[in-house]
Design a protein around this ligand. Sequence first.
Ligand code: APR
Length: 250
Amino acid sequence: MREAAKVLSQARRVVVFTGAGISAESGVPTFRDALTGLWERFDAQALATPQAFQDDPDLVWGWYEWRRTVIRRVHPNPGHEAVAAIEARTPRSVVITQNVDDLHERAGSAGPLHLHGSLFEPRCASCARSAPMPDGEEPSEGRRLAPPRCEHCSGPVRPGVVWFGEALPEQILETAVQEATDCDVLLTIGTSGLVYPAAEIPKVAAMFGATVIQVNPQPTPLDAVAGINLHGPAATVLPALVTAAWPSLS
Ligand code: APR
């Protein structure tokens, strides 16, 4: 912790790279957690593909609307708040997230780069125009729900997220890689580091000479990339890291 706090406080450019684990303590299930209710029989990854939406649009749209309801009901946790504090103390910093929730924004992070899109940007699956966000709330056990139709072409509306097998938003990926090559410190938080190309980001930073600090209660393939591994939950480890890095400001 002491070494991590020292390099963080001395860094000029910091990249904070996050995954589902940072939102876990807010009550958002990670992708590898077992699901409940209607979703019990499904694997989250099997619902997150273009093929799944094509085969059963009501199931997949219902799943994403259920996730959006879960996220609207929860709050950023001290981990998200610590990330915003790191940004405030290191003006040349950026958050790159794989998460499709808006908890970084709600904690005060300015313009996180959403590598895997957002639950709050539905668009037409046929003509790609953005679509209005539905305002209903989903029951806690989940349900099948027909996707709305596009106002322009009547195509089915899909969630604005990146599914397995789809390309990441080109401009966002390019900016993220550029930021990784330029930073002094990359903090990788709450990601299994299994999904590519996102998992390249910490590797790029390490290759270009940054110190990689990982925060995760479990071992991951990024253990070998990280110069410093802080084992523990983000909502505990990150506030402690901020206090240790900037004792007089905390
Ligand atoms: N604090 C920090 N890390 C945690 C916590 C916590 N409280 N709880 C769990 N974790 C860690 C787990 O140990 C695991 O390594 O968070 C990680 C979650 O891994 P995944 O569920 O695989 O999430 P993520 O890495 O974000 O997945 C990447 O895969 O399914 C796709 O597109 C989806 O963006 C997602 C991508």
